[in-house]
Write a protein that binds this ligand. Sequence first.
Ligand SMILES: *[C@@H]1O[C@H](CO)[C@@H](O)[C@H](O)[C@H]1NC(C)=O
Length: 484
Amino acid sequence: MPTAPALVPLFLCVLGSVGGVYKQWIPDTNFENATNWDKGSVPCGSDQAVFPAQGKVAVYVGLVHTLAGLSLPVDGEFVLAPGAGFSIRVGQDPGCGAGGTTQFKDVESLKWFDPDLWSAASSVDDFQKGSYLFFVHEESVPCQYDDVLFRDASSFRVDVSGNTNTVPVKSVKVLGQRFESNSEFSQYLTSSLGKLQFHGSSSIKVEGSSCTDVTGCECGNSANHERICANVACSQQLDCKKPLRPVGHCCDVCGTIMDIQFSGSFNLDSYRQRLQHLFLALPKYKSVQLAASKVSKTQKMLGIIPYQSTHEIQVVLLDQNTGSEAGMLSEALARDILKDVHDQGAHLGIESADFRASSGATGSDVSGLGDGDVAGIVLGVLALVVFSVLLVVAYRKGLLPRMPRLPRLPSFSSWKKDSGEVGELGGPIDHGFDNPMFEKPHALPEISGLYGAESLNGITLTHSGVHFVNPVYDETDFTCLEKL
Ligand SMILES: *[C@@H]1O[C@H](CO)[C@@H](O)[C@H](O)[C@H]1NC(C)=O
């Protein structure tokens, strides 16, 4: 067995707290994002750019735009990158064609509790690399111990209406500024920019706390389960015999669900890493999506009366196969994971595990001692028997004048500890481990530097952006921009 002593215990102490994941809001309200315009392209020199009159929106502008006209909403803000701005052109722009009216899409309906609007990763760099994490629907939305990111150099508008007054998260990063305390963040929410970005009946509460239970923490979104699922469209056609519904998921799936019973020495983060390195890294399992999280399950007396809720680790395995192959690859992976639980579970703090597959198959295993351990115990017991027999024989034959003092046998616990150091991970270990606790500090961009231009005729520059409260809503108000 390849050895990797001391490494796993080291993980455990360095990490200390676990479960924090980064969740990034996907949509933006950037001027330059073509998907924000009804024609599917950013307006150019011959176009009239029109924002809905009643819309409330902050719009990030990264470049200089020449337009035929600009209609602004009653309440809104431009967040201008250095050097960005608008100029109005009289007459046609040959590069832009005939021109016309281009509407900025309504962004009022984009909801915090829509799982499709978030991506998840275990480090900030992973977003750049595109290595995202997969979660059940409830956990695709930020959990109470997650860091929430809104992309730098982008604007957004999100409806934070939930079933509770506050929506707790660990931290929020907006326009390069990270908020880790609620006093700072609630102050930000009262700013004109903050009010345009976050709206709805609930408000985000930045709690700044990490999950301190190494066995994992519950996400905390089950109170909003129905709200979350209202935004999800489930696939109607499933090819498998017995589609399954994972806890926290909105849809039935073809795949395999594992339930793992753990003890206090279990570490959810290390276990996720282990599954990643031992199984998902194998070419044959490349296409499998794996979500591992702590969920609570209600035990029911006689199958009806709930009497107790227990925690377990749910591992959801989905493959992309269809037809008769749907769910089969995930089932094969579940069997491999079960074998690993049998061999190494005792060292990993896993007591038992079972799976249900969408083919109808099930399986279970309790963590036994590994083969090496068993061989060691057998040898140890044999040696002990032989030693005692020799001792008795020698005593009977009078070779020993009196009762010998038995040599102290090594105690089981210390022997077990030594053998436990052999290959905790059972394979070569990838040392590349992204510790989310050491996020590279990002220099906070100077707020004033974001809004390069000193003044634009007819538009007020405020500390937080360009504020155009426009009580007399009229397109022609903005012809003054021609001078630029
Ligand atoms: C534009 O917006 C869409 C959806 O809101 C988003 O998926 C995409 O990443 C954005 N494009 C850029 C270049 O940021």
